[in-house]
Design a binder for this molecule. Structure first.
Ligand SMILES: Cc1cc2nc3c(=O)[nH]c(=O)nc-3n(C[C@H](O)[C@H](O)[C@H](O)COP(=O)(O)O)c2cc1C
Length: 436
C-alpha cells in the first residue's frame, strides 16, 4: 500500500490578493475570507491551516517601511492570528488551525491560557507554531534594544516550554466533575499550582482555564539551526521546513528524527512538512506560462527580496542584481530560509537566485498539471521517507483561485493515487497527524 503523507497550508492574516485579475478586495479583516479558505481546505482533508506571524512593520529593505506598506506584501498589514484561529475553529469541525505566537512576546501564563481557550473553541484542533522571533524591530516593540542571539533565544524557549507544559497540566484530566449531588463543579484537589522558578521565567499557577481537549495544543516548529532543530525534535508534533532539494529534505528529516530519538521520543510522532509553492494549469504549458508571467512581473524581484529582507534583517536592496552575492550571508534571523535562498557556491547572480527559488519559497519545483505535480510530490516523498508538504504561493499572496487550484485540482489527483487522506479519521489535530 502507498504510504500516505500530510498536507498543511501556510499563510498569514494579511491582505488577500487585492489588485490582481482574480483579486477579492484586500480587506479580509472580519475573518470571513479565511474562514472560507479553511472550509475549502477542510473539504480537501488538509491536516492544518497555519498562520505565520511577525510582530513589527519591517524596515529591513531599503531601511524604510515603504516597500512593505506600499505593496501590502505578506508582511504588513498583519493581524493577530490567535482570534482568527478561534473564529475558524468555530466554523470548521475537522481541520487543524495553527497560529504563530512568539515566546518573546507572550508571558508563558498568558500563552498557555490563550492556547487552552482556543483549543476548546476548536474542539481539540488548535496548534501553536512556536517561534522565538527573529527581527530586531519585533524585539524593540517589546522593550528590548535588539533581538537576543539565537542560542539565548532557544535557551529561554526551552525553559518557557518547561513552564507552559506544567501550566497545561495544572488541571488534571478529571478535574471538572460537575457533580450535582455535592454541588461541585471542579475538584480542587485536581487543580495544582506549579510554583515554577526558572532562570528567566517565574509563575505560580495553576491556569484558570479548564484543561485543553488535547491537554496541550499540537506544537509546530520550524527550527533550522542545530539548536533550532534540537528544540523542534524535542517539542514539535509537526516541523515545517524550507529546503532546496530532495537530498536536503531527506537529510533534514533524518537529522530531526535522530535528534527526536535522542530525546526519548518516537520519531514517527513528528511530521515534517516541507514548504512548496505549486503552480498549476490545465496543461503544463499553461502552468509554465503562469509562472513565467509571475516571475517577469515588474515587481517580482522587489517582492521577493523585500520578503527575504524582512525575515533575515538583511537589506537586499544594497546588492547588485546581476552579480553573485559577495559571500555567504549570515543572520540572527531565519538562517535556514536564507541558506535555501542564497544557494551559496552556485555562482548564481542575485537575479538568478530570485528567479530560481521564487523568493522566500525554496523547495522542489512543482509546476504543471495536477497529475504531473501529484506524481512529483509522490516521488519526492518516496525518496525522502515522509511526511508531507506545507503549501503556499509563490509570493505568499492568497486568493480563492490559488487555493481552489490545490483543493479542487491537486488534492483530488493526490487522492486518486492514494497519497493523501480522503476523510479524517480522528477529531483532534494531534491524532490526525499521528494517523499515518
Ligand atoms: C515554514 C516556516 C515558517 C515560519 N514561520 C515563522 C513565523 O510565523 N514567525 C517567525 O517569527 N518565524 C517563523 N519562521 C522562522 C523559524 O521560527 C526559525 O526562526 C527559522 O526557521 C530559523 O531557524 P533557527 O531559528 O533555528 O535559525 C518560520 C520558518 C519556516 C521555515
Amino acid at each position: 500500500m502507498t504510504k500516505r503523507f500530510h498536507l498543511g497550508w501556510f499563510t498569514n492574516f494579511t491582505a488577500d490578493e487585492w489588485n490582481g485579475a482574480f483579486a477579492n478586495g484586500g480587506s479580509p479583516w472580519d475573518g470571513k475570507f479565511y474562514v472560507e479558505i479553511a472550509q475549502a481546505l477542510e473539504r480537501a482533508c488538509f491536516d492544518y491551516l497555519m498562520f505565520e506571524d511577525k510582530l513589527s512593520v519591517s524596515e529591513a529593505y531599503g531601511g524604510a517601511t515603504q516597500v512593505y506598506l506600499k505593496h501590502a506584501l505578506g508582511m504588513v498589514p498583519k493581524h493577530d492570528p490567535a482570534p482568527l484561529a478561534a473564529v475558524i475553529g468555530a466554523a470548521t469541525s475537522r481541520l487543524g488551525i495553527v497560529a504563530t505566537m512568539s515566546t518573546m512576546a507572550y508571558p508563558p501564563f498568558l500563552l498557555a491560557r490563550l492556547c487552552t481557550t482556543i483549543d476548546h473553541i476548536a474542539q481539540g484542533r488548535f496548534g501553536w507554531n512556536i517561534v522565538t522571533s527573529a527581527e530586531n524591530a519585533a524585539a524593540q516593540n517589546f522593550g528590548l534594544d535588539k533581538l537576543p542571539p539565537r542560542e539565548l533565544r532557544y535557551e529561554m524557549a526551552h525553559e518557557y516550554m518547561d513552564l507552559v507544559y506544567k501550566l497545561f497540566d495544572s488541571w488534571g484530566p478529571d478535574a471538572v466533575v460537575m457533580d450535582r449531588e455535592s454541588g461541585t463543579y471542579a475538584d480542587f484537589t485536581k487543580v495544582h499550582p506549579v510554583n515554577f522558578e526558572g532562570k528567566y521565567f517565574k509563575s505560580r499557577g495553576p491556569l484558570n482555564t479548564v484543561r485543553a481537549p488535547q491537554g496541550r495544543p499540537a506544537l509546530v516548529q520550524a527550527g533550522g539551526s542545530p539548536s533550532g532543530r534540537d528544540f523542534a525534535a524535542k517539542h514539535a508534533d509537526s516541523i515545517i521546513a524550507v529546503n532546496s532539494s530532495v537530498e536536503e529534505m531527506k537529510a533534514f528529516r533524518d537529522d530531526v528524527r535522530a535528534r527526536a530519538e535522542g530525546h526519548g521520543r518516537n520519531p514517527d510522532d513528528i511530521k515534517v512538512l516541507y514548504l512548496v509553492a505549486p503552480v498549476l494549469g490545465e496543461t503544463e504549458k499553461e502552468a509554465r506560462d503562469k509562472l513565467a508571467r509571475m516571475r517577469s512581473g515588474p515587481l517580482f524581484i522587489e517582492y521577493s527580496l523585500a520578503l527575504m529582507s524582512a525575515i533575515t534583517d538583511i537589506d537586499f536592496s544594497k546588492y547588485e542584481l546581476d552579480k553573485p552575492l559577495p559571500g555567504r550571508l549570515v543572520t540572527n534571523g531565519e538562517q535556514g530560509s536564507l541558506d535555501a535562498f542564497q544557494q551559496f557556491g552556485s555562482g548564481k547572480t542575485l537575479r538568478e537566485l530570485v528567479q530560481s527559488s521564487a523568493g522566500a519559497v525554496a523547495a522542489i519545483e512543482l509546476v504543471g498539471t495536477p497529475d504531473q505535480v501529484a506524481d512529483k510530490m509522490g516521488e519526492a516523498m518516496e525518496a525522502v521517507g515522509g511526511d508531507g508538504f506545507l503549501i503556499t504561493t509563490q509570493t505568499q499572496s492568497i486568493s480563492r483561485q490559488v487555493v481552489n487550484d490545490v483543493t479542487d485540482g491537486l488534492v483530488p489527483a493526490l487522492q486518486r493515487r492514494g497519497l493523501v487522506r480522503t476523510e479524517y479519521s480522528h477529531k483532534t489535530l494531534r491524532e490526525n497527524l499521528r494517523a499515518f
